[in-house]
Ligand binder design. Structure first.
Ligand code: ATP
Ligand code: MG
Length: 273
């Protein structure tokens, strides 16, 4: 009998530098965004997967935030914005008239550049979403949801004795983790983060980065960042945008060490930005 050895399985999930095999969560095909006459996103096609953190990088004004907002229809809130093309979540067209936008934004949550807790208690900040979505029929269920979301956001130990204090009384980094807890509380599938650390100091930034690492695989995560080191630290896939185009998309390690496009190389080596 031959001695059959178990195949060497690499568990990429634990190594932040290695991309895991992809299970596609969202797709964008030939997406264009116009603000009046300004053609801000040009024929962008991309797949976002479940297992990896995807970073969007590129110079200011290249369309990162605009494209990110197409993924949960936040551009609907901008009256002059017009989006064309196809975007799907689990194969479902998110721009179809059947799509309930409130449900969509619970499934595809968003964390913004500036922490924006509601002027309510820490508890209420997290409970708000589950309540409007009817996720917790009893107070006890809600207590559990709130605790679990705060734990997953790495904030529980710091706030468990002051849940009735105002969310706005927390430090900036704590507020941002509260906003992440708020997004997590409705059990999203995708979390979009638009420069979530740009208002934070290095220690608070490191905490958010650790959190992103811990959340990897539980949610599909897309993060916009100006900080190239951050993209390299937290993501396994990187998309480089320039002047509304998606110039290059691939494994983060490839994009940073062996970019195929001259424009990507110029950007990551700091030639412009
Ligand atoms: N709400 C808006 N109304 C009109 N035009 C907008 C709006 N938001 C963005 N734009 C325009 O769309 C283009 C892309 O902007 P966007 O904010 O997406 O860039 P970005 O890559 O996120 O930049 P930054 O790194 O500075 O945040 C720019 O020309 C910008 O002026
Ligand atoms: Mg932006």
């Amino acid at each position: 009998m031959t001695d059959i050895q178990a195949p060497a399985v690499r568990t990429n999930q634990t190594d932040p530098a290695v991309a895991a095999p992809a299970q596609i969560k969202m797709t964008a095909r030939d997406v264009n965004v116009f603000y009046g006459a300004n053609h801000a996103i040009k024929d962008v096609s991309i797949d976002v997967d479940m297992e990896n953190v995807t970073a969007f990088i590129g110079p200011s004004g290249c369309g990162k935030s605009t494209f990110l907002r197409t993924l949960n229809r936040m551009n609907d809130t901008i009256s002059i914005a017009k989006v064309t093309g196809d975007i799907t979540l689990d194969g479902e067209d998110i721009y179809s008239s059947d799509m309930d936008v409130v449900q969509l934004r619970a499934r595809v949550g968003m964390v913004f550049q500036k922490p924006n807790p509601f002027p309510k208690s820490i508890y209420e900040n997290v409970a708000y979403g589950p309540r409007i979505h009817g996720l917790a029929p009893a107070r006890r269920d809600m207590d559990q949801i709130v605790e679990s979301a705060l734990r997953r956001a790495g904030l529980w130990e710091e706030v468990k004795d002051r849940l009735s204090d105002s969310g706005t009384a927390l430090s900036g980094g704590q507020q941002q983790r509260l906003c992440i807890a708020r997004a997590i509380a409705v059990d999203p599938e995708v979390i979009l983060m638009d420069e979530p650390c740009s208002a934070l100091d290095p220690i608070a930034t490191a905490k958010i980065e650790e959190l992103i690492h811990a959340l990897r695989g539980k949610y599909a995560i897309v993060i916009v960042t100006h900080n190239m080191q951050q993209a390299a630290r937290v993501s396994q896939k990187t998309a480089f945008f320039h002047l509304g185009h998606l110039v290059e998309y691939g494994e983060t390690s490839e994009i940073f060490t062996n970019p195929r496009q001259e424009r990507t190389k110029d950007y990551i080596t700091g030639r412009y930005g």
